[in-house]
Write a protein that binds this ligand. Structure first.
Ligand code: ADP
Ligand code: MG
Length: 630
């Protein structure tokens, strides 16, 4: 029986009540609504454990004890020493949408707690027998509440305490179908362990213990802080990957994204993906695409089919990421996914490069392997791309494969980007950014090849920039910025134009109008299906102004259909694609320099908005090798 069948089963049982009340449409009884939500939020015992432990963490606990019986289906008890609740809150917390964590819609944009939907306790309580004791101070009043199947059955005073102890017994006792749906106890237990491991990894300061039927399965003492050393100790105490000193630390940030964490040595890699942990703003996520960015950085260091250990924490302004896509919150969406990919690739590549070249790491073998393999892999072989694409997307459709190859091409060159970045700072937000721009394309060192590529030298070799890809990246980031908070500069047309559109294009344009204005289009509806254009964004290379909007609409439709892009991401990509200089356009050296400057001010300079490389490098070594110089 599938999850939804289980839900339907539960609904049928309660539907009697609905029918008795007469009429067809009814507001669901609350207990039924909670039960249905429980199917989503409490998929299995591990989800209940996760929710309860997250609540303890949100409550600021410094120690969390978990006791289980029967792999969680008989008992899940979570005891914390967090802030606790007073009597009113203790009752309220079991109501649906009761949360202390967000109050207004704008809070949604800056969530810093793990919970926020206020539905976990209501859902759990609706399908189990809950007993909670909680108090806010060791010498104040505490309260004990019993709830069964969502209904409060008893409230009584309890001995003073600070913290909360919550016991969830007989999960799904009132949804037999769901209970039968549970997997073998070992499997459920494994899920619980995984969930606790993840939460414990991201909170090294909090002590954890997990006891199952009297056996301690996990125990982690509190680390002194949340720094990378502490994280290393915590990681090694949870997962016997290696010794803390063998882990490679990464820590870098730009104004868009912060990346910190630990990378396992190539020798410590495993045959399964089980030891890879990625967190976004403290929240554990499974993100195949971004995990791929890490694998790709190890590409030449790992035997085929093995996966490195890593723990990475991405920190990003909550406005750039949507965590609200699924109630269990394991999925996230970034507004610039490819940009994030590129940065991970560069940062991890750089950290590996640096660490593995450090003599006291005693890593002579992988280093020589690294250099050899990179040379062997140039030019890129088809085979490599295919493997990347299929293991990454797990699907054979042409489009998917094509995208996979795209990405693998991009990532190969991003590796080069990382190597470039080893010798010059990667982003303009680095303090030493001046060196980047000074180093790249100093006076007289710029050359345009075939009116398409810009060649320039850096300390370690030759950089070749694709002018169109680079300009698309620049325009794309500018557009995203304008759409977010600003007003794009508009360049007024000498003669305003009216353009007649088809009915469907016109209705699309109407939807896009507010965003187009933010981008610097001075446009308005002009009767019927026509639009008047008085100005266009200043940085769009104009030409035939009349067609600018026309082309953007066409491009938008195309992206919508082919790449499934929507909203602002699509608009920004369309504008970038329409506005960028093309291959075959002659650029003055001033234009070339401006382009390079702006490219390196981008958050993700190494890839175009659709993931193609903006630049490649040829290192001095490669040149020496090819010329057979000793
Ligand atoms: P959410 O975590 O999304 O807010 P929950 O249903 O998990 O929703 O919890 C509801 C509320 O109950 C929380 O917002 C919090 O105020 C309170 N709460 C739950 N567990 C605890 C706890 N262990 N300690 C203190 N307060 C808690
Ligand atoms: Mg919660």
């Amino acid at each position: 029986m599938s999850g939804s069948e289980v839900q339907i089963d539960a609904m049928k049982k309660d539907s009697q009540a609905i029918q008795e009340a007469g009429g067809i449409i009814q507001v669901m009884p609350l207990t039924l609504a909670n039960k249905i939500a429980a199917g989503e939020v409490v998929q299995r015992p591990a989800s209940a454990v996760k929710e309860l432990v997250e609540n303890a963490l949100d409550a600021g606990a410094s120690s969390i004890q978990i006791h289980l019986q029967g792999a969680g289906s008989t008992l899940i008890q979570v005891i914390d020493d967090g802030c606790g609740m007073n009597e009113d809150d203790a009752r309220l917390c079991f109501e649906r949408h009761a949360t202390s964590k967000i109050k207004t819609v704008s809070d949604l944009e800056s969530i810093h707690t793990l919970g926020f939907r206020g539905e976990a306790l209501a859902s759990i309580a609706s399908v189990s027998q809950v007993e909670m004791t909680t108090g806010t101070s060791p010498d104040g009043a505490a309260v004990k509440i019993k709830i069964e199947g969502g209904a409060e059955i008893e409230t009584s005073p309890a001995a003073p305490m600070r913290g909360t102890s919550i016991s969830v017994r007989n999960l799904y006792f009132n949804v037999p179908a769901r209970r039968n749906f549970l997997k073998r106890p070992q499997t459920e237990l494994k899920h619980i362990l995984d969930a606790v491991q993840v939460l414990s990894l991201s909170n090294p300061r909090v002590a954890f213990s997990l006891v199952h039927d009297g056996n301690e399965l996990l125990s982690a003492e509190s680390e002194s802080d949340s720094g990378l050393d502490a994280l290393g100790l915590r990681a090694c105490s949870l997962i016997p990957v290696s010794r803390p000193q063998e882990l490679i630390q990464v820590e870098e940030s730009t104004s868009y994204l912060g990346i910190r964490g630990l990378l396992g040595s190539p020798e410590g890699s495993r045959r399964t993906r089980g030891q890879q942990f990625m967190f976004v703003n403290g929240r554990y996520v499974k993100h195949r695409y971004l995990e791929h960015a890490v694998h790709a950085s190890y590409e030449y260091l790992l035997p085929e089919g093995s996966y490195p250990f890593f723990v990475l924490f991405l920190d990003i302004d909550p406005r750039h990421v949507d965590v609200n896509v699924h109630p269990t919150k394991a999925e996230v969406k970034f507004d610039d996914e490819r940009g994030v990919y590129g940065m991970i690739r560069a940062v991890v590549g750089r950290a590996l490069g640096t660490a593995l070249q450090t003599p006291d790491m005693n890593k002579a073998r992988p280093l020589s392997g690294l250099e050899l393999d990179i040379q062997d892999a140039t030019p890129p072989t088809e085979g490599v791309s295919k493997i990347d694409a299929s293991s990454f997307f797990g699907s054979g459709s042409d489009r998917v494969r094509e995208r996979g190859e795209h990405i693998s091409r991009a990532s190969r060159s991003l590796y080069e980007g990382a190597r470039l970045a080893m010798s010059v700072p990667a982003s303009s937000t680095d303090e030493s950014a001046g060196t980047t721009r000074g180093g790249l394309g100093e006076e007289g060192l710029l050359w345009q090849l075939h009116d398409t590529y810009i060649l320039t030298q850096i300390r370690s070799g030759l950089v070749i920039i694709d002018q169109q890809m680079a300009h698309e990246r620049i325009l794309y980031e500018q557009a995203i910025a304008c759409l977010k908070d600003g007003f794009g500069l508009s360049q007024q047309l000498l003669f305003p134009r009216t353009i007649e559109f088809s009915a469907s294009d016109f209705s699309l344009l109407e939807d896009l109008m507010p965003d187009l204005k933010k981008l610097g289009f001075d446009v308005d509806a002009f009767g019927g299906n026509s639009v008047i254009v008085r100005g266009v964004p200043a940085d769009i290379s104009t030409g035939d102004e009349r067609s600018v909007l026309d082309e953007i609409v066409d491009q938008y439709r195309l992206f919508e259909k082919v790449d499934r892009l929507t909203g602002r991401e699509n608009l920004a990509r369309s504008v970038a694609s329409r506005g960028a200089v093309r291959a075959g356009m002659k650029l003055s050296s001033r234009e070339m320099r401006a382009l390079i400057d702006q490219l390196f001010q981008c958050e993700a300079p190494y890839a175009s908005p659709d993931g193609r490389p903006t630049l490649i490098t040829l290192s001095g070594e490669e040149l020496r090798e090819r010329f057979d110089r000793k």
